[in-house]
Design a protein around this ligand. Structure first.
Ligand code: NI
Length: 187
């Protein structure tokens, strides 16, 4: 089966509000969720919202790799999972800046302020209610993906475009810095 393609910035579906799913156990919703998990894995992403595969429905998939988890309470590593009709409620006004990229804006990265801790409610595709607290990277990935359901891209959330960077440039800079440090050690 050919998987749906990830649409990129410029596709109008990324700028509209997605509709509530209402029945998270509907066969077509389960099939869409399974396909999105596959697409996310193939793209090496940590999150994907249905509008990113051109389906204007309030469904997201995400995961939290151990390397991104802070290890604190409510920011544990998370296996790839599905959330239907998610609703986020910030629990503290505090915002934290962190780097984000997006599969619909490939090759770029920028610093985005996000709520540090929030409550997430919604449904899984078995029809079970989800209700928990998310913090740190868990909170960040949820805010990024739920924004997609409201037609919002991370660029819209950046107070300072000065941090917007190409991944390749950041990697090249890091490699150059490492080489300089190695030369200092041996020199
Ligand atoms: Ni994104």
């Amino acid at each position: 089966m050919t998987l749906r393609r990830i649409v990129r910035m410029g596709h109008p579906v990324l700028r509209q509000r997605a509709a509530e799913v209402r029945d998270p156990t509907a066969p077509e919703i389960r099939a869409l969720a399974a396909e999105m998990l596959q697409i996310m894995e193939q793209a090496n992403g940590v999150g994907l919202a249905a509008p990113q595969v051109a389906v204007p429905a309030r469904l997201i998939v995400y995961s939290v790799p151990a390397s991104r988890s802070s290890g604190e309470a409510d920011d544990a590593p998370a296996a790839p999972q599905v959330l239907v009709d998610p609703v986020l409620t910030p629990l503290e006004p505090e915002l934290q800046a962190g780097w984000e990229g997006c599969l619909s804006i490939p090759g770029l990265r920028g610093l985005v302020p996000r709520h540090a801790v929030l409550r997430v409610t919604g449904w899984d595709t078995e029809g079970r209610a989800v209700d928990r607290v998310a913090r740190g990277f868990n909170a960040r990935v949820l805010q990024h993906e739920v924004d997609h359901l409201d037609g919002i891209l991370y660029l819209d959330r950046m107070p300072d475009m000065g941090s917007l960077a190409f991944d390749e440039e950041l990697q090249a800079l890091a490699a150059e810095r490492e080489a300089e440090e190695a030369a200092l050690r041996t020199g």
